[in-house]
Design a protein around this ligand. Sequence first.
Ligand code: NAD
Length: 244
Amino acid sequence: MKKTAFVTGGSRGIGRAIVRELASEGYAVGVNYLKAERQAETLAAEIRERGGAALAVRADVSDREAITAAIRETEAAFGPVDLLVNNAGIAQNDLFQDTPEELWRRMFAVHADGDFHTIRAVLPHMLHEKAGCIVNISSIWGLRGAACEVAYAASKAAVIGLTRSLAMELAPSHIRVNCVAPGVIATDMVSGLGEETLASLMDQTPAGRLGRPEDVAKAVAFLAREDADFITGQVLTVDGGFIL
Ligand code: NAD
């Protein structure tokens, strides 16, 4: 029987690459999306056409009831979630003194509360089975800090703290919790930065290129592998050497 994966923010960018990668590895995938119904449905259809299994499910990860219902819908179709990937995220670009309180709260609602809600929804079954894998997407800015992205970096640092602490708590139950911290990845999220900034970020990357969504997806798939079962509580940086 296929294993079930649930990917938040799966309709585009890094999330879409993760969905494709996991589907190609044989997972049935719940593709969570916020607004982009057509993109999510197209992706799910593409996977089904290739002989895989996928279901597009709408929910805001910061809404506990909605995201729990989306997970239950996925489980009704494919069985309990074996692999949870918390990928949904939002960006910011403003000075700390100009950051509206609502934006500060929204960053934590999507990145930290979102992970709390999804993990709480899948955990009872994982604990019962004494098996399961959780991969949270943080950011190199959550490791290193970033000017003009204080709320983003602080909430992504929270994801790292959650990952490490929960990994310790769940390791005796054979449930692994890891984190991927992408560097600059060419997606819609960074396209607004403009060509000049992106060229400068590329210059600062020892590998000499921006990351691709597939680079991150491969790292997620690696951490989810059964033979990675001694790896937990780790932050795997996928950044072409940016923060070395
Ligand atoms: P993206 O903007 O293309 O995709 C983000 C996805 O998350 C979108 O589909 C969006 O609709 C979804 N989303 C946002 N808020 C949501 C919510 N409340 N509920 C459900 N879905 C929601 O960006 P991306 O680059 O693909 O980013 C994916 C993840 O990688 C994010 O967590 C981001 O912070 C992280 N990341 C990206 C980069 C980068 O350079 N692109 C770098 C480091 C980390």
